[in-house]
Design a protein around this ligand. Structure first.
Ligand SMILES: [Zn+2]
Length: 194
C-alpha cells in the first residue's frame, strides 16, 4: 500500500510539474505573440504614416510639367526655331537705347538673346511660353525690370507733370501685362513709359 501510494504520489507530482511547465510555456508563447502583434501594428502604423506623409508631400509638389500651350498659332513646346522680333523703348517720349553686344558676340542666353543688330533672337526649342517672356529678354540683355518698372522708372513716377505708366504694344496693339508678354516671331514691340 505504502509503495503504491509512494509511486502514485511521484506520478502525480510529475504530472503536476508537466502541467506547470506547459502552462508557463503557454504564457510565454502568449506574451511572445502579443509582442509580435504589437510590433506588426507599430510597423503598419509607421509605414502608413511615412507613406501617407510622402504621398501628401508629393501631392503638394508642383511638378514642372511641360503643358502643351497654344498662343496665337504657335504650339508649345516648339520644335527647333529661329525667331526674330524687334523692341524699342522710350521714357516720356525720349527714346532709350537698349544694350547691344559689340562685333560678332551675342548678349543673353542661346535661347533668348540679341546681336549687334539689336533684334530679339529666339533660337533652339522653347518648352513653354514662360521661357520667352519679355522680362526674361530684358534681364538677359542687362536691363533692370520688375512687374511695375523698367530701368529705374516705376509706374506712378512723374512723366511731364503726370504720373506715368509702362505700356507695351505688340504690332501696334496694347498688351495688358508687359512683364509677362510672350515674344512671338515677327512682333514689333514698343515699350513706353508715358
Ligand atoms: Zn537670329
Amino acid at each position: 500500500m505504502e509503495n503504491i501510494s509512494q509511486a502514485e504520489k511521484q506520478m502525480l507530482k510529475d504530472q503536476q510539474a508537466t502541467k506547470e511547465k506547459e502552462t508557463a510555456e503557454n504564457e510565454a508563447n502568449k506574451k511572445q505573440r502579443a509582442r509580435t502583434t504589437k510590433k506588426v501594428i507599430y510597423w503598419v502604423l509607421g509605414i502608413v504614416i511615412v507613406f501617407g506623409g510622402l504621398g501628401f508631400l508629393i501631392s503638394k509638389i508642383d511638378f514642372k510639367t511641360v503643358e502643351p500651350t497654344v498662343i496665337g498659332n504657335v504650339n508649345f513646346p516648339t520644335g527647333p526655331i529661329h525667331w526674330h522680333a524687334d523692341l524699342t523703348a522710350s521714357v516720356c517720349g525720349v527714346n532709350r537705347e537698349l544694350p547691344k553686344p559689340v562685333g560678332n558676340a551675342h548678349l543673353g542666353t542661346v535661347q533668348l538673346h540679341t546681336h549687334e543688330d539689336g533684334r530679339i533672337h529666339i533660337e533652339a526649342s522653347v518648352n513653354s511660353p514662360d521661357e520667352i517672356k519679355l522680362f526674361r529678354y530684358l534681364k538677359n540683355i542687362g536691363i533692370k525690370v520688375a512687374e511695375d518698372s523698367v530701368f529705374d522708372v516705376k509706374n506712378g513716377d512723374d512723366c511731364n507733370g503726370n504720373p506715368g505708366k509702362w505700356v507695351l504694344t505688340a504690332n501696334g496693339i496694347e498688351e495688358e501685362d508687359f512683364y509677362n508678354h510672350v515674344i512671338l516671331d515677327g512682333q514689333r514691340l514698343s515699350l513706353d513709359f508715358k
